[in-house]
Ligand binder design. Structure first.
Ligand code: SF4
Ligand code: SF4
Length: 87
């Protein structure tokens, strides 16, 4: 019997699609999103993932008014070994 791969999650936020409203930060039950101190090309701050702790609940995605700004990526244990989280 094969071992079931452990699922983990990563959040990808496209900074230039984010308008910095902060809804995803409020919605996140694990508090793993922060507002960047940097600005995107529109001159607004943007949300960033802290790098670990996401449980894949979808709260950030469903609270975001910008359809292309935020994605939740499911990764298996094998993929996690190769994933440095950098886009
Ligand atoms: S999927 Fe859930 S836990 Fe992960 S960053 Fe979004 S709101 Fe937070
Ligand atoms: S909810 Fe969407 S637009 Fe608002 S800060 Fe989060 S990623 Fe950016």
């Amino acid at each position: 019997m094969s071992k079931k791969p452990k699922k983990t999650y990563r959040v990808d936020i496209i900074s230039d699609e984010c308008k910095g409203c902060g809804r995803c930060i409020i919605a996140c039950p694990k508090k793993v999103l922060d507002m960047s101190s940097k600005l995107n090309f529109m001159g607004t701050t943007f949300s960033v993932y802290q790098g670990s702790g996401c449980i894949g609940c979808g709260g950030c995605f469903y609270s975001c008014p910008e359809p292309g700004a935020i994605s939740i990526i499911e990764i298996t244990e094998d993929e996690a070994e190769d994933d440095d989280g950098i886009q």
